[in-house]
Write a protein that binds this ligand. Structure first.
Ligand code: CA
Ligand code: CA
Length: 399
């Protein structure tokens, strides 16, 4: 298996990307100097063995190999015998802590340098529903070889089992005289249903729209939740990516610095209706339904227990409105959102007719589109067997 990978930076003023992306998750790495990465966002891998690429490092969870410092995550690769490997380093994954289907993933990082260094920032499928690598897909946001310090690559891996696997990608080169080891740069991927775009410092350098997997139709496998991975691998004599050479031990230790990791999802594109005077009622009757209409992301309506199929909330807009999109925003509660839902509308709050939309929530911000409707009341109902808590911070209606 060729699990090629991706990468990371420090201090920056926050600025949201354009094109309606909404920040839903981030780690700014502002922990105390020397502290561990935030365990609510990242798991540290404790493993060696080469990872299918004859890599030479053992990834440890020790502070020798990963820590926060001056607003950045530091991954520190060392020349050191450890559990059968001759180098140590670190690998962080957000699996089951930060998982998204579609979005913009932006990472500011400064890279290590030296022959054999293989820093990577990448994504793999959380649930692997289409099978083993590469059938469930891989998105490499950034990877670099440490002896080519002005170049990074962005790649997707997909298709049939190795060795008949497929990949496609592109590369970005810095202007002459600059290197990715000298300064922080911003690496981003925008992943939508039918396109994946790669950026360095907001310069678009590659777009891919075609891929496949043996067992399901396009846009599989890139239609499932993926998680983020940050690591610094050490390539050896049998590692294709780093040129099948021995690492330059004189370069070690080497550090990869990550200033931040930010995940965005696409906000609704229409105009949100003014919610003044609107009211909400719920079944079960609990918590504070008005919290989903107050414009404050720190307040929520929560069921406090799994919803039962058929339970719901109703919003009364007080007058007939025309609309074609809803959002149920449970951001901040990575697990507490509707896994199955139906939407109904009504002019009198009594007769609901047939559903106007239904679906399966795959992340905390659920966006529901349908043909334009005119009605005063909206009802969102829990359906299916994937019952779950709901923690609705904001409910919005768009036209
Ligand atoms: Ca930072
Ligand atoms: Ca609220």
């Amino acid at each position: 298996m060729l699990l090629t990978v991706g990468l990371m930076p420090v201090h920056s003023a926050y600025s949201a990307p354009s094109d309606n992306w909404q920040l839903v998750w981030s780690d700014e790495f502002n922990g105390t100097n020397g502290s561990a990465p935030d365990s609510t966002k990242w798991s540290l891998i404790d493993q060696g063995g080469g990872f299918g690429n004859s890599e030479l490092q053992y990834y440890t969870s020790r502070r020798d190999n990963s820590y926060q410092e001056n607003g950045s995550l530091v991954i520190n690769a060392k020349k050191e015998s450890y559990s059968g490997q001759s180098y140590t380093s670190a690998k962080l994954i957000s699996k089951n802590k930060g998982d998204w289907k579609y979005g913009r993933f932006e990472i500011r990082a400064k890279l290590p340098q030296g022959r054999g260094m293989w820093p990577a920032i990448w994504m793999l499928s959380t649930d692997g529903v289409y099978g083993g690598w590469p059938k469930s897909g891989e998105i490499d946001i950034m990877e670099n070889r440490g002896d080519v310090t002005d170049k990074v690559s962005g790649t997707i891996h997909y298709g049939n089992d190795w060795p008949n696997n497929s990949s496609s990608g592109g590369s970005y080169f810095l202007p002459s005289g600059q290197t990715f080891a000298d300064a922080y740069h911003t690496f981003a991927v925008e992943w939508e249903e039918n396109a994946i775009r790669w950026y360095v410092d907001d310069v678009l350098y590659s777009t891919k729209t075609g891929w496949f997997t043996p067992s399901a139709a396009y846009p599989a496998p890139f239609d499932q939740k993926f998680y983020l991975i940050l690591n610094l691998a050490i390539g050896g004599p049998n590692t294709p990516f780093t040129g099948k050479t021995s690492p330059d031990d004189s370069a070690l230790p080497q550090k990869m610095y990550v200033d931040y990791v930010r995940a965005y999802t696409k906000a609704a594109s229409g105009s949100a209706l003014d919610r003044t005077g609107w009211t909400a009622t719920t079944s079960p009757v609990n918590s504070t339904p008005s919290n989903m209409l107050d414009g404050n992301m720190s307040t929520r309506w929560t069921t406090g227990t799994d919803m039962v199929p058929g339970q719901y909330f109703i919003v009364d807009m007080k007058a007939a409105k025309t609309f074609n999109q809803l959002t149920i925003d449970c951001t901040g509660n990575s697990k507490d959102y509707a896994r199955g839902y139906q939407v109904f509308v009504s002019s009198d709050g009594t007769n609901w007719g047939s559903e106007v939309a239904s679906g399966t929530g795959t992340d905390p911000l659920i966006t529901i589109n349908f043909a334009p409707k005119t009605a005063r009341y909206l009802k969102v109902v829990q359906t299916g067997t994937g019952t779950n808590w709901w923690s609705v911070r904001e409910f919005n209606v768009y036209n």
